[in-house]
Design a binder for this molecule. Structure first.
Ligand code: SF4
Ligand code: SF4
Length: 404
């Protein structure tokens, strides 16, 4: 089936897509690290195949049939291919431009995403869910929906229970470097504990914190081809940044960092673990005799590039046995809204990830991305397993003793 392009292929992005695609020398070195190629063993589900499809679509050599665009829609945006590429192909940029050209896919659950992106509404829903004891029967409700329903996936993954208190920063201590913390949308509710932990650790490390209001950075829109709402979110980011008076911006959610950097060119936007690792001598931790598995989200490795800093920090906790999760699989399948759009594919990748976790037999599973963590926790629950899941910063703040 041929589908209309949302934007004319004669517009400027077409030249940009072709230019980015022409950087690919088709060596295939990216294929072994591509999670969708591992799932399907199909060239069209590989980075090289997608680059060829994008170039052909942009040049008008093929029609955007449902089948062709599905190969592009299946892409997780994990950027494992970009990191592995010897020709420095900017695959992430090419994907964003191509999805902008095509517009949101037919499977995109727009109403659900519009709800999830609104923290005020979602916080109210969490409270209502808590009062109604929804966590007890939402699984029953979800299983009455079709296996490929985004609403079923949302019910299984999102806690919808009375949320933790919002993160708060104490009064500013003038004279210390000021860092702004971006709470985001889902993370402002479901990762408030990790945000509070980041604030505690950063303050002990010598920073003062400016907490931005909770709103969506626009990542799901940007990666889903909804360019106008992505631009509105970017403007919101720029306004909040202009008013905060900080010199650096941090987010405990690595999945937000790429979009924040795009909205704020020239601004230092980093994972807080980078700042903490450079001030680690100010942090003293009490021992914890536990074996933990560390899941490193794709965005932490490929965008934030803060995986080494995180490992360095966790290894400062005496007696803690930190076991990074072996790869492959190269993605847990959460990938922003992918877990809602393609829940069955997302579950396949998640189950492969959980099989790797089982080989390490941990007492806890740590992961920095709220989407990955909720997705993994839903799989753990579905399989009757018992690994608690936490943000690494929550564990670090719990073990913190004092400042030097
Ligand atoms: S590694 Fe880079 S150059 Fe080689 S096929 Fe993949 S994208 Fe193209
Ligand atoms: S971004 Fe990830 S899923 Fe998409 S082509 Fe690259 S490696 Fe494969």
């Amino acid at each position: 089936m041929s589908m209309p392009l949302e934007k004319s292929p004669t517009r400027a992005p077409v030249g940009r897509i072709a230019e980015l695609a022409d950087q690919c020398v088709q060596c295939g070195l990216c294929l072994p690290v591509c999670p969708t190629y591992a799932l399907d063993r199909n060239e069209a589900e590989s980075p090289r195949g997608r680059i060829a499809i994008a170039a052909a679509l942009a040049r008008g050599q093929v029609d955007p049939t449902a089948g062709l665009r599905e190969h592009l829609d299946h892409c997780l945006g994990c950027l494992n291919c970009e990191k592995a590429c010897p020709a420095n192909v900017q695959y992430g940029e090419l994907l964003i431009e191509t999805r902008a050209l095509l517009g949101p896919g037919p499977q995109s659950p727009r109403q659900l995403l519009n709800l999830i992106k609104r923290p005020v509404l979602m916080r109210a829903l969490h409270h209502i869910g808590g009062w109604m004891a929804l966590p007890r029967w939402k699984g029953w409700l979800a299983r009455r929906l079709p296996a490929d329903s985004p609403w079923r996936a949302a019910l299984l993954v999102i806690p919808i229970e009375a949320p933790a208190a919002r993160a708060r920063a104490s009064d500013k201590n003038h004279g210390q470097p000021c860092v702004a913390l971006f709470p985001g949308c889902v993370a402002s509710i479901d990762d408030a504990e990790a945000q509070q932990a980041a604030i505690t650790l950063l303050q002990v490390a010598g920073f003062q914190i400016s907490l931005l209001p909770a709103f969506c950075c626009g990542a799901m829109d940007l990666h889903g081809g909804a360019t106008e709402s992505a631009e509105r979110a970017a403007q919101h980011v720029r306004r909040a940044w202009a008013e905060c008076g900080a010199t650096q911006l941090v987010s405990v959610t690595p999945g937000c960092l790429g979009t924040l950097r795009r909205a704020l060119p020239g601004v230092s936007v980093v994972d807080p673990v980078e700042l903490l690792a450079t001030h680690a001598d100010a942090l003293v931790f009490r021992p914890l005799a536990q074996r933990i598995t560390l899941h490193l989200p794709c965005t932490q490795i490929n965008v934030a590039r803060s995986d080494h800093a995180l490992l360095q920090l966790l290894r400062r906790v005496p007696d803690l046995d930190v076991l990074p999760l072996p790869r492959p699989p190269y993605c847990c399948g959460a990938a922003g809204s992918h877990l809602l759009e393609f829940p069955e594919r997302a579950a396949q990748l998640r189950d492969a990830t959980l099989r790797q976790v089982a080989t390490l037999d941990p007492q806890q599973l740590l992961s920095s991305n709220i989407g990955c963590r909720l997705h993994l926790a839903a799989g753990i629950d579905a399989q009757g397993l018992h690994w608690p899941t936490r943000h690494p910063l929550t564990l670090l703040a719990q073990q913190l003793i004092h400042a030097h």
